[in-house]
Design a binder for this molecule. Structure first.
Ligand code: PXP
Length: 241
């Protein structure tokens, strides 16, 4: 099974917002990512709209031809309303707090089981596939299963941090978690701090990895290589798994 690459385009919106105009054009950029081989586009609108805005998400939906993945915290009513309105292919639920620089923890699926179960049933009734952001922790995966989510997204920051010093140790909990997810019949996505150095090793060792969403490193690499080359480089890391 080939792992899909979903490009997170938040950083492009951040760049655009720095000047208040429409350069770079987020919609054109997303379509170009698709043209250059990305198999999905990810956005993460946050309440302060410091990068992707709610209106951007609405504008992107009718234009995209690959999988549209919208991430966010369902505790924000505006996020819930947006997702239910545009009905992307996938919603990824992330428990980030207001003003957080980036997502920095997965759900506690045990504590929030009933809440997640309720929200997930609303999304699934609307025909939207669900994924919940979790740490590579067996208890959290067992909890995730009880929420009826379709997939989990493994939070890979700890892998990325440890990869340069000890990649075997870094990947170990993720292999265990992935095997557990497969046993529970949960689809597996992954993301956060994946890059050209650590992606191949991750995808090679994680069984059943369906999708990675990558933003910061890929967009940074595009500054040097161009977005077309950057996407090709990332796809190559996944292809040789
Ligand atoms: N997955 C989730 C839930 C995220 O919040 C982010 C960052 O917005 C990513 C994946 C992508 O992380 P990165 O920008 O480090 O590639």
């Amino acid at each position: 099974m080939a792992t899909k690459l979903s490009v997170n385009i938040n950083k492009i919106a951040t760049l655009r917002n720095a000047r208040g105009g429409n350069i770079p054009n987020l919609l054109t950029f997303a379509l170009d990512c698709e043209r250059y081989g990305a198999q999905g586009i990810t956005v993460h609108p946050r309440p302060d709209e410091r990068h992707v805005r709610y209106k951007d998400v609405e504008d992107l939906k009718p234009l995209l031809t690959t999988e549209f993945n919208v991430e966010g915290n369902p505790k924000e009513k505006k996020f819930m309303d947006l997702v239910m309105k545009i009905k992307p292919a996938q919603v990824t639920l992330v428990p980030d707090a207001l003003g957080q620089i980036t997502s920095n923890h997965g759900w506690n699926t045990v504590t929030h089981k009933d809440y997640l179960k309720d929200i997930i049933s609303q999304f699934k009734d609307a025909g939207i596939r669900t994924s919940i952001f979790v740490d590579a922790d067996i208890k959290m995966l067992e909890g995730a299963k009880e929420t009826n989510t379709d997939r989990i997204e493994l939070y890979t920051e700890s892998y990325a941090k440890q990869y340069p010093s000890n990649k075997e140790k870094a990947i170990h909990p993720f292999i265990i978690a992935a095997n557990k997810a497969l046993q529970l019949n949960l689809g597996i996505n992954a993301g956060h701090d994946l890059n050209l150095q650590n992606l191949h090793y991750f995808s090679k060792h994680i069984p059943g990895l369906e999708e990675v969403s990558i933003g910061h490193a890929l967009i940074s690499d595009a500054i040097y290589f161009g977005i077309e080359n950057a996407i090709q480089l990332y796809l190559r890391q996944l292809k040789n798994s």
